[in-house]
Design a protein around this ligand. Structure first.
Ligand SMILES: *Cc1c(COP(=O)(O)O)cnc(C)c1O
Length: 373
């Protein structure tokens, strides 16, 4: 037995890349190289000129291809990340009343937005304990169903399907799921996300794949006279997106890194390739935990276990925070659990950029640390 400060994990066990954070997440070296290569003509140039606008066009077309968007679906983008998109949605996607499935920190936050919005009726909120997801209740008085593809705080994923008989729009927070989980676009009206998770870029931007019904809702509500700050105005975002622009200045490096990751996915087989990488990593992580005598998957139901963000509970006699601390000292970063969940747990992001071999090396490193504590 050694003190945690003196433990040295053998170098041959360690992952080659130690970034397992749930966002910002690992960015591949090839993306950074491509940005450095183009930097002279791209960074520090006007976002209203063709160099940057072509990059935005490449992102919009690349996402339409990646998600096999049907005719009439449009790719919108704007500044402010997914958190900003919740506010925008409260103005131009929810007509009167939304229904939210809440099963963790992020899904709850959108429900708080619509609950406090003075121009909306109180939403229907259907919650479940962390570690599971609730189910939709179809109602006549609901005009938007707010689902979450992957609850990043707890490591629970849910399949996206249009609730039978529902007339409301289906809006999906796919901030951590998009690009790492399969999805059928006919099942959603708005699938929104940010680039710092599966798309291995930086934060600060939101992207939304919108069906014709969602575009129509935006146009109707924008024409309705509802007061809307321009920054949260989805009609302004729609008009700018159609011109491959954003309402105000975007971070250019973020756009470039994002475009590289989308191309990497598309050139290697699309969503089947990217989601396959995450699924393979998840298989490694959960099989390890199930075979372990000190760790087990937090999410009981294997179908709800996220293949993007794995949450692993530790036995009471193993201090997960201490394990994360030893890992951090070795450059294996951000395996700490979601702070507000408060469990003796590690959380491991397995976005497509993460190599499965590194997840296997992480498991071997954890075994070694626990064996030597
Ligand atoms: C990270 C995350 C968010 C917040 O994204 P920001 O871009 O930081 O606003 C929202 N929802 C989910 C599911 C997330 O994982």
């Amino acid at each position: 037995m050694s003190s945690p400060e003196s433990l040295q994990i053998p170098a041959e066990l360690l992952p080659r890349d130690g970034r397992f954070g749930s966002g910002p997440s690992k960015i591949r070296a090839a993306q950074i190289d491509a940005l450095a290569h183009d930097a002279r003509d791209f960074l520090g140039t006007s976002h209203r000129q063709s160099t940057v606008r072509n990059k935005v066009g490449e992102i919009r077309e690349g996402l339409a291809a990646l998600f096999s968007l049907p005719d009439g679906y449009e790719v919108l983008l704007g500044n402010g990340g997914s958190t900003c998109f919740w506010d925008a949605a409260s103005f131009h996607l929810v007509e009167r009343r939304s229904e939210h499935l809440t099963f963790g920190e992020f899904s709850s936050k959108f429900a708080t937005v619509t609950t406090t919005a003075p121009h909306l009726e109180d939403p229907v909120v259907i919650s479940s304990e962390p570690g599971r997801h609730p189910h939709v209740e179809v109602r006549d008085d609901v005009d938007l169903y707010a689902l979450t593809h992957n609850e990043t705080s707890t490591g629970v994923m849910m399949p996206i399907s249009r609730p039978a008989g529902a007339t409301g729009l289906v809006a999906v927070d796919a901030t951590s799921g998009a690009g790492a989980l399969l999805v059928d676009p006919s099942q959603f009206d708005c699938y929104y996300f940010a680039p710092q998770k599966s798309f291995a870029s930086d934060g600060g931007l939101w992207l939304a794949l919108c069906s014709p019904a969602a575009v129509e809702r935006i146009e109707t509500l924008a024409a309705s006279g509802r007061w809307t700050p321009a920054f949260f105005d989805l009609k302004v975002a729609l008009d700018n997106s159609r011109l491959n622009q954003t309402y105000n200045t975007p971070a250019l490096a973020t756009l470039h890194l994002l475009a590289s990751q989308i191309s990497w996915f598309n050139e290697n087989g699309g969503l089947a390739f990217s989601a396959g990488r995450s699924a393979r990593s998840a298989e490694i992580l959960y099989s390890w935990a199930e075979a372990s005598d000190f760790a087990r998957p937090f999410v009981e139901n294997p179908e709800m276990r996220s293949s993007v963000v794995g949450t692993i509970d530790f036995a009471p006699d193993v201090d997960a925070a201490l394990v994360a601390k030893v890992l951090r000292r070795h450059g294996v970063l951000d395996t700490e659990p979601y702070r507000k969940l408060g469990r003796n747990q590690l959380r491991v992001a397995m976005f497509p950029a993460v190599d499965s071999e590194d997840v296997a090396a992480l498991c071997a490193s954890i075994n070694w640390v626990v064996g030597h504590l």
